[in-house]
Design a protein around this ligand. Structure first.
Ligand code: RB5
Length: 148
């Protein structure tokens, strides 16, 4: 299993905290450098704040990819996708979505909903996301260039 990314930024709101802890261990076990950008407590928090942290780290090239976890993954994706160059994909369906989000859409942020996906499926989805390369084909590039 060879990760595409060497540095990954991760963040969550209160609803995604347990899964974020599991993901950090998974990523570090693959020798990926993880930037943990919060939240760090179970206190209620606002997902746009944490989406912004991960977006900023990608735009500053401090990380090559991001992971955002909230209750559904939806709020995180809405917040992250407001920014140019960010392609955040909600992949609660699992590994097929994650594979295609990387291969066709060159997604650079994985969004998951801790309340909607089980821990094992979530881990498989993460591993698929970080090990699947973008298919660098003209048709994909042409489409992505329309949504910069
Ligand atoms: C928090 O209760 C919840 O609304 C949030 O985690 C997320 O699911 C929003 O999209």
């Amino acid at each position: 299993m060879t990760p595409i990314f060497k540095k990954v930024a991760i963040a969550c709101d209160h609803a995604g905290l347990p899964l974020k802890k599991v993901f950090i261990k998974t990523l570090e076990s693959l020798n990926i450098t993880v930037l943990d950008l919060g939240t760090f407590t179970e206190e209620s928090s606002d997902y746009p704040d944490y989406a912004q942290h991960v977006v900023t780290s990608l735009r500053n090239e401090e990380a090559q990819a991001g992971v955002l976890i909230c209750g559904t993954g939806i709020g995180m994706s809405i917040a992250a996708n407001r920014h140019s160059g960010i392609r955040a994909a909600v992949c609660n369906e699992g590994t097929t979505s994650a594979r295609l989000a990387r291969a066709h859409n060159n997604a650079n942020i994985l969004c998951l909903g801790e309340r909607l996906i089980g821990p094992e499926a979530a881990k498989d989805t993460l591993l698929t996301f970080i090990t699947t390369a973008f298919e660098n084909e003209e048709r994909h590039l042409r489409r992505l260039n329309k949504i910069i």
